[in-house]
Design a protein around this ligand. Structure first.
Ligand SMILES: Nc1ncnc2c1ncn2[C@@H]1O[C@H](COP(=O)(O)OP(=O)(O)OP(=O)(O)O)[C@@H](O)[C@H]1O
Ligand SMILES: [Mg+2]
Length: 586
């Protein structure tokens, strides 16, 4: 990103808060001016009180000093408060927009971007930008104003001596500029490593049981320690430059002061200057040192902030691959049929996951999808809510191409129980009512009963108000599934997708849940994916998917008679069991 464009975008972020910033700048200019005033005070103090012995001035000067400090403090408060609060407002808005933006991204985005990376954008990069804007950018302004004011005093007092300072200042700035370039480069690798670290922490904590079960503690510790080492080495480079900067500038400052003492001392002794001028000059010069030094440090901060801003803007610039078309219509309530017309899909350009799928599911139908693992069943149903975009062909809902309707109106009509149960670190109640948190207690209890979750929920320490831990960690796999079934039931959408929804239940609960689902399916269009064929025998139609193609299609009886793949799957499941498979409907 060009520097100019970068600054423009930062300006746009800051713009809504410009009133606060203007007040801050006014306060800051006042602070700078008063600081210069303080330096100048040394001159009358020395010359008129000590040398000319003006009693009257001695009575006024202390008051003047108190007043200056007081006023300066007041302006400092204004400057600091307005500045910091404006900065915090900027990051608050930025965080919100990053969060919203992330959630407009389609599923495929999250396959490409790690959680740690996104967390580091929202937490640390945003903070870096804030620090760069409020401390550095504005601080820089303050220090520059202060330097100019103090230099003004210096020139006013003795322009010849001031020239010596002027020759030395640029020398001090050269290394600062050089350091800055390096820092910007390091900052990038620094943040990348921080993202890797947060991702690693996130993953291993979420997967701590697997880490334990496979005895990978040492391996994970090593992986983490390598990352930490890498971060250390990057930071160590920062520290080396950073630590060098200070003594270097201090030394240059010392040189300037030595030169002034030598030259100024001679001036005073030969009567060409007064001790007051000399000390005031020295005081102003020492005061200049502080802001000059600050600028050195700020440069690093600004560079880090700019690098962070580039990352954040790049994230905000990623266009969602799936978005509502201009003029997308609101899908009317589903009534007739879901149609797949020659649909192909691939996750990557290389090999297609689904090939030429032609399929019509009429309203009210229960369509079962079976087939070997990895065949494309989940992928197929994920295309209906448009989690992914078809690579070729069309999907129609009641003759509306799903890419031409709004995503919200499309997804409103679909309730889905995912193959991987996803629950949130919240109460049972909120997990069931997710999607519509205003639903009544009664409705929640009803769906919980239908999903056979009511009994176990009652036994939880706080019933429906029990917090279930991250990802529902405090529940069993089957319990989690039942909660997500209840969630789908509550949504009460015309299209129901069940992807291995009952796979973690024991036979008895499964039969019970199947009954509940059967009831539910009555007025709905259902796509049900199952490995256990026992659960889908009564489906209106069964689709066998293998290697991304529909290879067989028909009722259970038909397929058992004619279908090769289906019969094989069936025989494999029931060869060794004498028990008759259970039924889908009562
Ligand atoms: N996000 C992804 N990126 C790339 N390839 C993927 C992705 N998700 C799935 N695949 C691949 O697509 C193919 C079909 O996966 P899919 O999940 O649809 O299978 P499935 O029929 O549901 O299998 P299972 O019965 O095991 O759930 C698999 O080969 C899988 O490796
Ligand atoms: Mg699947």
């Amino acid at each position: 990103m060009e520097n100019k464009e970068l600054l423009k975008r930062i300006y746009l972020l800051v713009k809504p808060h410009r009133r606060r910033l203007v007040i801050a700048v006014v306060g800051m200019v006042m602070v700078a001016g008063l600081t210069a005033g303080q330096a100048y005070m040394v001159k009358p103090l020395m010359d008129r009180i000590f040398f000319d012995q003006e009693q009257a001035l001695l009575n006024i000067l202390p008051w003047a000093i108190v007043l200056i400090f007081l006023v300066k403090g007041l302006f400092y408060y204004l400057y600091r408060y307005m500045l910091e609060s404006a900065g915090q407002r900027v990051i608050r808005e930025l965080r919100k927009s990053i969060f919203q933006h992330i959630h407009t991204q389609p599923t495929s985005f999250f396959h490409k971007t790690t959680t740690g990376e996104l967390i580091s954008r929202i937490i640390s990069d945003v903070t870096l930008i804030h620090v760069a804007i409020s401390r550095a950018l504005i601080g820089l302004l303050k220090d520059l104003v202060q330097i100019i004011a103090l230099l003004g005093v210096v020139f006013y007092l003795d322009w010849q001596m001031a020239l010596i300072v002027f020759i030395l200042l640029p020398v001090a700035f050269t290394p600062i500029v050089n350091f800055a370039k390096k820092f910007r480069k390091y900052s990038v690798s620094n943040q990348q490593t921080v993202a890797l670290i947060s991702n690693n922490v996130h993953e291993t904590i979420a997967g701590q049981r697997v880490v334990k079960a496979f005895g990978m503690e040492r391996y994970e510790a090593k992986r983490f320690s390598d990352l930490s080492d890498r971060l250390y080495h990057i930071i160590a480079r920062d520290i080396r430059l950073n630590s060098l900067q200070h003594p270097l500038m201090e030394f240059l400052g010392g040189l300037a002061i030595a030169a002034i003492i030598w030259y100024g001392g001679h001036q005073v002794l030969s009567g060409q200057s007064t001790p007051g001028t000399f000390f005031a000059f020295l005081a102003a010069l020492m005061m200049v040192y502080e802001p000059v030094k600050n600028i050195g440090g700020m440069n690093i901060t600004i560079q880090q902030g700019l690098a962070a801003a580039i990352r954040v803007f790049n994230l905000l610039d990623t266009k969602p691959e799936i978005k509502d078309q201009p003029g997308a219509i609101i899908l009317p309530p589903f009534r007739k049929a879901i149609k797949f017309r020659d649909v192909s899909f691939s996750y990557n350009q290389a090999n297609p996951t689904l090939r030429n799928i032609n399929l019509t599911v009429v309203a009210g139908e229960v369509l079962a999808i079976v087939g070997p693992s990895g065949g494309g069943k989940t992928t197929l149903v994920n295309l209906i809510p448009r989690f992914f975009e078809v690579s070729a062909g069309k999907i129609l809902l009641d003759d509306h191409d799903i890419s031409e309707v709004t995503q919200t109106s499309l997804r409103d009509q679909i309730a889905i129980v995912e193959q991987q149960t996803i629950l949130f670190n919240d109460t049972v109640k909120n997990n069931i009512a997710y999607g519509d948190l205003d639903r009544s207690e009664d409705e929640i209890v009803t769906v919980a009963k239908a999903a056979h979750a009511y009994d176990f929920i009652q036994e939880l320490p706080e019933g429906f108000d029990t917090e279930i831990g991250e990802g529902g960690a405090r529940l069993s796999g089957g319990q989690r599934q039942r909660i997500s079934i209840a969630r789908a039931l509550l949504k009460n959408a015309p299209i129901l997708i069940l992807d291995e929804a009952t796979s973690s239940l024991d036979t008895e609960s499964e039969q019970e849940v199947q009954k509940a689902l059967a009831n539910l399916m009555k007025n709905r269009t259902t796509l049900v994916i199952a490995h256990r064929l026992s659960t889908i025998q009564n489906a209106d139609r069964i689709l066998v998917i293998q290697e991304g193609r529909i290879v067989e299609e028909g009722t259970h009886a038909n397929l058992l008679a004619d279908g090769n793949v289906y019969r094989e799957l069936y025989n494999m499941q029931f060869k060794n069991s004498n028990s008759e498979p259970s039924n889908l409907t009562p």
